[in-house]
Design a binder for this molecule. Structure first.
Ligand code: HEM
Ligand SMILES: CC(C)=CCC/C(C)=C/CC/C(C)=C/COP(=O)(O)OP(=O)(O)O
Length: 477
């Protein structure tokens, strides 16, 4: 089923409006004539796109909310443009922020209209009917039947133990690989890039960035992430055994014993703290220790098994590297670092909910109250776009408190567009599948899962791109 033309128009209207917000927040304010002209040309083009979208919505007799949303922005747009033009001639109410806030409001209305459009054309997911309420005590038979109905290959016996297998690693290489796997190396590149971006933002204070600080902060950070990941593996080993995605993990399969894993994690923390204290500073060390506790205990033990808000609140653990990097350079925590951390906190649900959709049966089997399990796939999909919209606004606002300019504005807009489009295409896949997020091997379910994974990777590409742009703008230009 082709995506309706109106949905495509709405998607580009969201992207075009966000481009204006991002340009306005980072460059248009004190832009030279060329950039100001670019902002105005873009404003005219986006205005025409909004009119076209409203006309198509009306002619297509789209849902009432879509017609109202598209008409509202057409009415508000000339007012928004007028405020902008007044600003160019020196009339700048609210310190010139009114124009930025107006742009954000138009973007928010368009995004809400897009979500409404997708929801009214995608329809509720069939899978929503089989809600598994994992927030209340779920009896094992219910989740086991969820596993069976998903045609799950992974049979768990009544004690929940993994299938018997001689999984103890034999060679030294196997054992080293098992310990490396405990540290969750695949997460590291983005978390280190986040810490580097925090360092880059810190240089705006005039503080110098030296090689020892960079190497020691990243080295200590990598060890700390490894420790936190190890403790997470240890605590989650029983549930990991019940999930296809994690059943083969080192502690879950006894390739690494619990005691050895704990000792390994403690060693990593100790060396991390020693490096940070010796070569960086106390604040960076304390923040790193906090991040370990936040992930390994607050998220892993307190939040993840108990509440649907685990990802939203737990996201703070992954945002802390922004503060750590900034503190490593300045010995303080500045507003730019806090705002960057807010961007990552908002980004995390948009990052993870796709994975949770793709593996919802897995999470139900492990009694994790992930959002798609307890509230349904449709709710999770809506929240992905909503959290993505909030992330994009927060990313634009970061431009108002820093010297970030055109490269950053284009990065957040271009990769933001890729991310938004991946979620829209996920709706298409869900509509074709007529069901979403199951672990069953039906081809249509596989397509929906593949679409969810594409959106998941788009989330990493988005964050990687804006962090890279921050680094280039703060350190290279
Ligand atoms: C509560 C917060 C978060 C949750 C629940 C979450 C969840 C996940 C999960 C389940 C995976 C797949 C891991 C695997 O199967 O090996 C993953 C992968 C990943 N996460 Fe997150 N994540 C969170 C925060 C973050 C943060 C803050 C970052 C970086 C700033 C991040 C970066 C990544 C990266 C780079 C990958 C690897 C993607 C790949 O395999 O290519 N995550 N995340
Ligand atoms: C400096 C420092 C220590 C920072 C900590 C940053 C950090 C490791 C964040 C983790 C992000 C996260 C919650 C990953 C998923 O865990 P999960 O248990 O949901 O994933 P899983 O299901 O694959 O185990």
């Amino acid at each position: 089923m082709d995506r309706p033309r109106l949905t495509t128009l709405l998607t580009w209207a969201v992207v075009g409006t966000y481009l204006l917000v991002a340009l306005g927040a980072t460059a248009a304010a004190d832009a030279g004539p060329a950039l100001a002209a670019a902002h105005h040309v873009a404003a005219v083009l986006v205005g025409l796109l909004l009119v076209a979208t409203a006309v198509v919505a009306r002619r297509a007799a789209a849902a009432r909310g879509v017609r109202i949303g598209t008409a509202a922005v057409v009415v508000a747009y000339p007012v928004q443009a007028g405020i902008g033009l007044a600003g160019r001639s020196g009339v700048r109410p609210f310190g010139g922020r009114l124009h930025l806030l107006g742009g954000i409001a138009v973007f928010a209305v368009l995004l809400a209209t897009l979500i409404h459009r997708l929801e009214t054309t995608a329809g509720a997911s069939v899978a929503d009917d089989e809600l598994i309420d994992a927030e209340s005590p779920t009896d094992r038979s219910a989740t086991a039947s969820a596993a069976d109905s998903a045609g799950d290959a992974l049979a768990v016996d009544s004690a929940g133990d993994a299938p018997a297998s001689d999984s103890r690693s034999t060679t030294l290489g196997d054992r080293l690989r098992a310990y490396l796997e405990l540290t969750k190396p695949r997460l590291m590149w983005l978390l280190c890039l986040l810490a580097l971006a925090g360092m880059g933002l810190a240089t705006a204070t005039g503080a110098a960035l030296d090689g020892v600080t960079v190497v020691a902060t990243l080295g200590g950070g990598v060890l700390a992430i490894g420790a936190a990941g190890t403790f997470n593996h240890v605590y989650e080993r029983d549930r990991d055994r019940r999930m296809r995605r994690t059943a083969d993990r080192p502690v879950a399969t006894d390739r690494v014993g619990v005691r050895r894993a704990v000792a390994f994690g403690v060693l990593l923390v100790a060396v991390s703290m020693a490096i940070l204290l010796a070569f960086v500073n106390v604040l960076a060390t304390v923040l790193t220790a906090l991040a370990v506790v936040y992930y390994a205990y607050v998220y892993t033990v307190l939040l993840k098994p108990t509440t649907r808000w685990n990802t939203v609140i737990g996201g703070g653990s992954g945002a802390l590297p922004a503060l750590i990097g900034y503190a490593a350079v300045t010995g303080t925590v500045g507003l730019p670092a806090v705002l960057l951390a807010v961007v990552v906190c908002c980004w995390t649900p948009a990052h993870f909910y796709n994975l949770a959709i793709a593996h919802r049966e897995d999470y139900a089997r492990a009694d994790y109250p992930m959002l798609p399990v307890v509230a349904g796939v449709s709710t999770a999909r809506r929240r992905i776009l909503a959290w993505l919209g909030i992330t994009l606004v927060a990313a634009a606002l970061l431009g108002t408190v820093t010297d970030l300019g055109l490269l950053y504005a284009l990065a957040t807009t271009a990769l933001g567009a890729v991310f938004v489009r991946s979620v829209v295409r996920q709706y298409d896949a869900d509509r074709r599948a007529g069901d979403v997020g199951t672990d069953a091997d039906a081809p249509a379910a596989n397509d929906a899962r593949a679409a969810a994974y594409r959106s998941f990777h788009a989330s990493n590409a988005y964050l990687g791109a804006i962090l890279g742009a921050i680094l280039l703008e703060t350190l290279a230009f």
